[in-house]
Design a binder for this molecule. Sequence first.
Ligand code: KIV
Length: 305
Amino acid sequence: MSLTPISGRFLLSNQNELRHKITTATLREHKLRHEPITCLTAYDYSAARLVDEAGIEMILVGDSLAQAVLGYENTLSVTVDEMLHHVKAVRRGVKSGLLIADMPYGSYQIDPQAALANATRFVKEGGAEVVKIEGGEKRADLIRRIIDAEIPVAGHIGLTPQSVNVMGGYKVQGKNLSGIEQLMRDAVALDRAGVACLFLEGIPREVAAMITAEVATPTIGIGAGPECDGQVLVFHDILNLTFAPPAKFVRRYADAAELIAHAVQAFRADVKSHQYPADEESYHLPRETKAGLDTVLARKHAMRR
Ligand code: KIV
């Protein structure tokens, strides 16, 4: 049997740059070297290619696709099958980055055996390399079981959107001493359980800094300040494709909504004014066929007279 090294090199098409395959080990190396880790969500093939080829280390098929792509009100409705459909598309676009799939609400809370079966589907059918689970110390045993089945797990604590009804809205967590204590217990429990990384969402900068210093696993922040080992944002947020005012932590890097609306309106105007398609944008008959056709049409025309 021959072995293919997992850290093989890839030639990226748009930058002519050689890059290594990112693994869970790479994330730990980044933490030890204090080298910031980048993560973006992607939900389809084209976004996955753009994000991967830009050199983003982690690509998350987040359950935020429920709102960003499927138009649901929150993340609670999205199913394993819907998530898998998108994970497969992203898999086809990612070569170098580490592919993480979010386990949706209901896929791991009810029964550990079902959770294991669902996590396995994300790896086997979707091609994910890591699965992400929301929740702190109460998830530690389940996370151990999934890791025992050879599936790396990313933890996610703080403002966990799947708990929106329990939290009473999307609220920053860990703002008082008991909240901070709970977050520290959560972080340490998941670190001990062996998570590949820990997403920290919607928590004060000071608390995220304490967690990051305390745990061995890399922390990836979203609305958790600059001391985290890495940062994640939602693809649609950074491009203004969300149809809603951005959260405080979102930085918009481009206005794709304006770009797309402009292009769509221009297409409509061109069709309505007979400007599109032009002759150069049309297919033409070969010269001999055209000559033959003209002869046939001329004969028909003459016979009708
Ligand atoms: O679903 C998602 O996009 C996420 C990130 C916000 C961390 O979980």
